[in-house]
Ligand binder design. Sequence first.
Ligand code: FMN
Length: 318
Amino acid sequence: MNNANTPTEDYQFLIKQAIKAPSGHNTQPWIFKINEEKIEISPDFKRSLPVVDPDNRELFISLGCATENLCIAASLKGYTPQVNTTKDGHIFIKLETDKQIKPSPLAEQISIRQTNRSLYSGKVIPDTILDELKETELDAGVGIHFYAKGTKEFDSISNFVVKGNTLQMQDEAFREELKSWMRFNKKHQDRTNDGLSYAVFGAPNLPLFIVKPIISSFLNAEKQNKGDIKKMQSSSHFVLFTTQDNTQEQWINLGRSLERFLLKSTQSGISHAYLNQPNEIKELSVEMTKALNLSEYPTIILRLGYGERQPYSKRIEI
Ligand SMILES: Cc1cc2nc3c(=O)[nH]c(=O)nc-3n(C[C@H](O)[C@H](O)[C@H](O)COP(=O)(O)O)c2cc1C
């Protein structure tokens, strides 16, 4: 490995790769610290989502995704990562120089991956690709389930998403929290470099006083469900990630496995988007566990398929 950089330059590069990870509402709830041969990733609770994510489960999944990006990118700079997590959710990644390490083929997917909320083409993912995705290495306590369109389980999940939208959109606190993370035009987006950008929802770049009421008017159950039903029907599969024990350690593990899975699907030209509503509402998640005959905790739902590339979400430079 030919690497003329100093460790600090390498670590800065690795952090730049880590922050390309997905996070709930694009809150980017992470703090990075470099010390000696380690990079520390800590939760930034100022960026938590108390209404939709009161236990910080999705926050710790996001930290897991960032950790995995960092570990995959470390192979490009000739380091083997060793990850240790403390009980209070701090993640320490020790980087050991390793002359034998080969660059991970997933590293180049880090900048290409994106959440794609568009309508997909309806094309079914071939079994050869599904078989590869099913082989994604999973961390301790993490499970993965695939449900093809046309099965009763797929329809059952779709119904839970609809119920989830209905409950969330009736909840004023949910709508207010969501709105507070929406970035309504380019100026607004460029000011914060976080949150859910108008561009990723396909909205035009218009003055705030015009666009804010238009986008806000879409935050109701009827419109949300109409759009989501079409989007689910345009997809090929749902993928459900679960954890055995619903603990902080397993949420971080799930994030790592999820990111690996997302990079692998990106590499195969598969688009993904989240439909996490049923996991975010306790009663629905209990009902869904029974309906799908699961023995674990349903945690992340993705839809997979083929979509046109969308604008990218911004990141806060670190
Ligand atoms: C744990 C977690 C939960 C998420 N839940 C949702 C969701 O329910 N709906 C949605 O549209 N996006 C969801 N997202 C996607 C984020 O909004 C997305 O990652 C963020 O806006 C950054 O965009 P990017 O993934 O394209 O980089 C979730 C992401 C994570 C990591």
